[in-house]
Design a protein around this ligand. Structure first.
Ligand code: FO1
Length: 317
């Protein structure tokens, strides 16, 4: 079944990899958050696109989930010798991706075209689409002032209280044709277990994206990134709390109300089931944590099977 996944970084990439393993070649298309993108040393860095692309190509660093396995850091050390602040750990092999992306964008290609070329060269067995071709930047508002996302996330290690999240440039963004075409032809949409505020949120905020998803006839399933009241990875729980959302699987479901027909939540969150069903969603209770590669495929198969049962009569409302 053709499947369209929405994903941010590491958690989303893991489920996308499970879906790729469970589906026939070419049946998975992944739409990825690009609001984390930023410019460093003149290079266009797309952390979430690269995390998804490397994970689907089997190249990702298994320790971090981002970057390339067994990469070296000679270029970064040299940048340090020149007196640069090397807080963002760019590996030597990873650097090649940013060099090519930047060059191709400067030569006039769109981010969609560049990503397709890179992913195909790495042997990804499906499509990887940026959420838009326009530049959008997540700005995190904190008591210290506005921070660029990677500054908040990596340099300052998510220590600041989040008072608000701004998606700078989002009003000029458009749903790429590749994404609308994939959505038209898909049998299932999966919201991967990525941060609902800064990973899935920007994708849904692209003007026309939420409407296109609502209009799509395919069932939509979200996998909760919150298990037992905590984020599986990253600051999603603290962000949700400081932005006034309930930090629970039900809190995630509330954010996706009207957009998804089904929620996959961990067995530990069984107490949330009724509340989620009251939002008009069906619930699958399972082990929602992906500890290793077999786990990714196991969860992906469960999501696909559950999605297949969400037909007529489970309209998202
Ligand atoms: N995350 C970190 O926590 N520290 C890093 O130094 C870092 C470097 C990095 C380099 C390339 C890349 O594609 C991703 C990288 N990430 C790093 C991950 C990334 O910043 C975040 O995981 C996402 O932006 C959040 O989804």
């Amino acid at each position: 079944m053709k499947t369209l996944a929405l994903a941010g970084g590491v958690g989303g990439a893991k489920l996308a990899a499970g879906l790729q393993a469970a589906l026939p070649d070419g049946d998975l298309a992944t739409v990825v958050n690009t609001a984390d993108d930023f410019t460093l040393w003149g290079l266009h860095i797309s952390p979430d696109l690269d995390t998804v692309m490397y994970t689907l190509a089997g190249l990702a660093n298994p320790q971090t989930g981002w970057g390339i396995a067994e990469d070296s850091s000679a270029a970064l050390s040299m940048l340090g010798r020149y007196g640069e602040d090397t807080w963002f750990k760019l590996g030597d092999k990873d650097l090649a991706t940013h060099v090519l992306r930047t060059g191709r964008l400067r030569a006039g290609a769109t981010l969609t075209e560049v990503t397709a070329g890179l992913a195909a060269a790495l042997g990804v067995r499906g499509a990887v689409f940026p959420m838009c071709d326009e530049r959008v930047s997540t700005i995190v508002h904190t008591p210290e002032g506005p921070l660029e996302f990677q500054d908040y996330f990596v340099r300052r290690r998510q220590k600041d209280e989040v008072r608000g999240v701004e998606l700078r440039g989002i009003e000029s963004a458009r749903v790429p044709r590749s994404v609308s075409e994939a959505l038209d032809g898909t049998g299932l949409v999966v919201f991967c277990p990525s941060n609902p505020v800064v990973s899935i949120g920007p994708i849904l905020a692209v003007p026309g994206m939420a409407e296109a998803l609502k209009a799509a006839s395919a069932p939509k399933v979200a996998v909760s990134p919150i298990v037992g009241g905590r984020a599986l990875k990253g600051p999603a729980d603290r962000m949700m709390a400081s932005l006034g959302s309930e930090v629970s699987a039900a809190g995630v479901a509330r954010m996706y109300k009207g957009l998804v027909n089904g929620m996959v939540i961990d067995r530990r969150d069984e107490a949330d089931q009724e509340e989620i069903e009251d939002f008009g969603m069906r619930v699958l209770l399972t082990d929602a944590v992906m500890r290793d590669e077999p786990d990714r495929e196991r969860l992906a198969r469960e999501v696909l099977e559950f999605g297949g049962t969400l037909g007529v009569g489970t309209e998202a409302r």
